[in-house]
Design a protein around this ligand. Structure first.
Ligand SMILES: Nc1nc2c(ncn2[C@@H]2O[C@H](COP(=O)(O)OP(=O)(O)O)[C@@H](O)[C@H]2O)c(=O)[nH]1
Ligand SMILES: [Mg+2]
Ligand SMILES: [Zn+2]
Length: 287
């Protein structure tokens, strides 16, 4: 039977397959290969009785994260607050680069529109609107949550972003009782077993959502310097068009990226983030 791992805890995996949750052990082969099944994994299981079985096979993954442990994160929703805390576009770019690196598609969600300065919201849309889907939401009033739910349709998604931005509040709204098909079963079966936090995947009739405290932002160890440019989608039309094939788009002559910057086709704020992260990768290499 094919299913999806909702949660792994203490060597047991809770697999949703054909409408039921089975408690499964992983086959020894995974340990031998150094592979750990993760929440979000599509798996093949065989049943030993009505409630339990074994994970025989992990189907190919789109991506896999270790902190928090999750597989097949198709969409990362980056949640920033319009205020309290004030958003940092630099930090936003660092989360965006990490999402790009992981091969997840990114959605930007600016929360707390009730507190935000309209000028800041306008600027946010101006910088990011042409690059990523942008959602303005207010978790306090529920404004924009239906649109976000609609945008997640059919996807396996997770929220990420700085602490205090509203991830938990939005997760709760998105997983509202009747829509979270597995929520009730999971809470009954799984909660209280273990007080430590584990990643859990909730399945709703519209989408699947990982309940996690968020993923890490850019870290200079994540990548080589030539990879960084591809993590800025708006640079991609210009890549390969510079005079030098190894152009890093700093002060090189005939650089298609800095020409686009001068024409206003690439935002200064995004370009500044690129330069900062590039420098961090270089500094990191020197040690
Ligand atoms: N004013 C306002 N407060 C919000 C909104 N969304 C969340 N909050 C509050 O912001 C705080 C942090 O929210 P939380 O969901 O815990 O953020 P997390 O750290 O990203 O999970 C809580 O006190 C929420 O009640 C919003 O849209 N407007
Ligand atoms: Mg939280
Ligand atoms: Zn260049």
């Amino acid at each position: 039977m094919q299913g999806v791992i909702l949660r792994g805890v203490g060597g047991f995996y809770y697999v949703l397959a054909e409408g039921r949750i089975y408690e499964c052990r992983a086959r020894g082969i995974f340990r031998k290969d150094g592979v750990t099944p993760l929440a979000g994994d599509r798996v093949i299981i065989s049943l030993s009785d009505e409630e339990s079985g074994a994970v025989d096979e992990i189907l190919p993954r789109l991506n896999a994260f270790s902190r928090p442990p999750a597989a097949n994160v198709e969409v990362l929703v980056l949640v920033m607050a319009g205020r309290d805390p004030l958003p940092s576009f630099g930090l936003c770019d660092r989360f965006a680069v990490a999402a790009e690196r992981a091969g997840a598609s990114l959605m930007l969600c600016m929360n707390k529109t009730d507190l935000a300065e309209p000028a800041l919201l306008a600027r946010f849309k101006e910088i990011y609107g042409g690059i990523y889907p942008v959602h303005l939401v207010c978790a306090r009033t529920g404004e924009g949550i239906e649109e976000l739910r609609e945008a997640l349709k059919g996807k396996q998604a997770a929220l990420t972003g700085p602490s205090g931005a509203g991830k938990s509040t939005i997760t709760n709204l998105l997983l509202e009782s009747e829509r979270a098909l597995t929520g009730e079963i999971s809470r009954r079966n799984l909660r209280g077993r273990n007080t430590t936090r584990h990643t859990e995947l909730f399945i709703t009739e519209d989408f699947s959502l990982f309940d996690t405290p968020g993923f890490t932002a850019f870290d200079p160890q994540m990548m080589e310097e030539e990879e960084l440019q591809r993590c800025f989608p708006e640079f991609r039309p210009y890549l390969g068009k510079c005079r030098f094939s190894d152009c890093r788009h700093l002060a090189e002559p005939d650089c298609a990226v800095t020409e686009a910057l001068k024409k206003g086709l690439i935002s200064k704020s995004r370009y500044r983030s690129y330069k900062e992260m590039l420098q961090e990768i270089r500094d990191n290499r020197e040690y």
